[in-house]
Design a protein around this ligand. Structure first.
Ligand code: GAL
Length: 325
């Protein structure tokens, strides 16, 4: 399989570049209120840059398809139907499916469609035992542009019971530069999942009212004296479950999903990563809105089940819909 990049474009000015390395969203260009194209996701200059060991060591997952299990699994594994499956872990915790997971595979390009709703379909496999997970898994990632919408659909099947939680890990900044501090955010989430110092959910849901996590109404992002967000929000209510807006460009991004949670993550900086136009970024350069199941659901029976069985189809739908105001 060769490293390649697919470009999708609509007459409404939406343009995406996606590489088959990790089925990764490299670039997403959107028209702002002045008619200028703004690249709203952070990424590396070229597809081959994602293969560099130095980049991979940073564990940033820029725009990548993350799995087999997005977020953290505790206890060094999980029990499924009476068997304990030990997975690769560090001090009992695995992040994003473990080192060398779906985000670092070269996916197959199954099909590319042009026309009014251009799309690309990638697929990959993860063998039984990969990082400790049971089941031979077949995974598909479809990226589709419909007018001003980027729709990502993840589907998967397995030949033995397993757990699965995929997401897309794009880092958004609706100005294409500077900071996301000053952006406005709404998330229809009356609760967050409390996490411990390892960022593993404790099992407790915490009401957001009168906490800094209350984004139920449009709220300016400011992280004065905070470390920023690295928090699972429990979604309720109809889509769009989240809306991000920047006054400067007038770009509005609605997030629609069928998933029960959204992990919001705002790194303080990009570290040593050579992202495009790096000099233009400031503290809190971007925000990830990761639509997914609850982290550590395999160990927490009261969380929505992450079990996938043979004969069933996993389906995760994530839409980012753009407009200006
Ligand atoms: C997020 C996670 C963060 C961090 C990041 C990747 O999904 O919640 O803790 O690991 O991915 O750098």
């Amino acid at each position: 399989m060769e490293l390649t990049t697919i470009v999708l474009q609509t007459p409404k000015g939406l343009r995406a570049e996606i590489t088959n390395y990790g089925a990764t969203l490299m670039r997403l260009q959107v028209l702002d209120k002045h008619g200028n194209l703004v690249d709203v996701v952070a990424g590396l200059p070229e597809a081959k840059d994602y293969e560099s060991p130095l980049y991979q060591k940073q564990q940033f997952y820029l725009g990548a398809t993350v799995g087999r299990y997005a977020g953290r699994i505790s206890h060094g594994g999980f029990e499924l139907e009476g068997t304990f499956f030990e997975i690769t872990h560090k001090d009992g915790v695995q992040l994003h499916g473990g080192v060398s997971s779906l985000d670092k595979q070269l996916w197959k390009v199954d099909s590319v469609a042009d026309g009014s709703s251009p799309s690309v379909l990638f697929s990959t496999t993860s063998e039984a035992g990969h990082n400790g997970f049971p089941g031979n898994l077949k995974v598909f990632a479809k990226y589709e542009l419909i007018d001003t919408e980027l729709r990502i659909t993840y589907t998967a099947t397995t030949d033995a019971p397993t757990v699965l939680n995929l997401t897309n890990h794009a880092y958004f900044n609706l100005n294409g530069k500077g900071s996301v501090e000053g952006h406005q955010l709404q998330v229809k989430a009356p609760h967050i999942l409390e996490v411990d110092e390892r960022l593993v959910p404790t099992g407790r849901l915490v009401a957001v009212v009168e906490t800094p996590y209350d984004y139920q109404k449009m709220t300016h992002l400011t992280f004065d004296g905070h470390y920023g967000l690295d928090t699972p929000f429990v979604l309720t209510g109809p889509s769009p479950q989240a809306t991000l807006f920047s006054e400067a460009t007038g770009i509005v991004m609605e997030v629609r999903t069928n998933q029960p949670a959204m992990v919001l993550f705002t790194p303080q900086d990009f570290g040593i990563m050579q992202v495009r136009d790096k000099a233009g970024f400031k503290r809190f350069p971007a925000i990830c809105l990761e639509c997914q199941n609850f982290p550590d659901a395999p160990n927490q029976p009261q969380f929505p089940s992450a079990v996938l069985r043979p004969g069933a189809k996993y389906m995760n739908e994530i839409s980012f819909v753009f407009s200006t105001k």
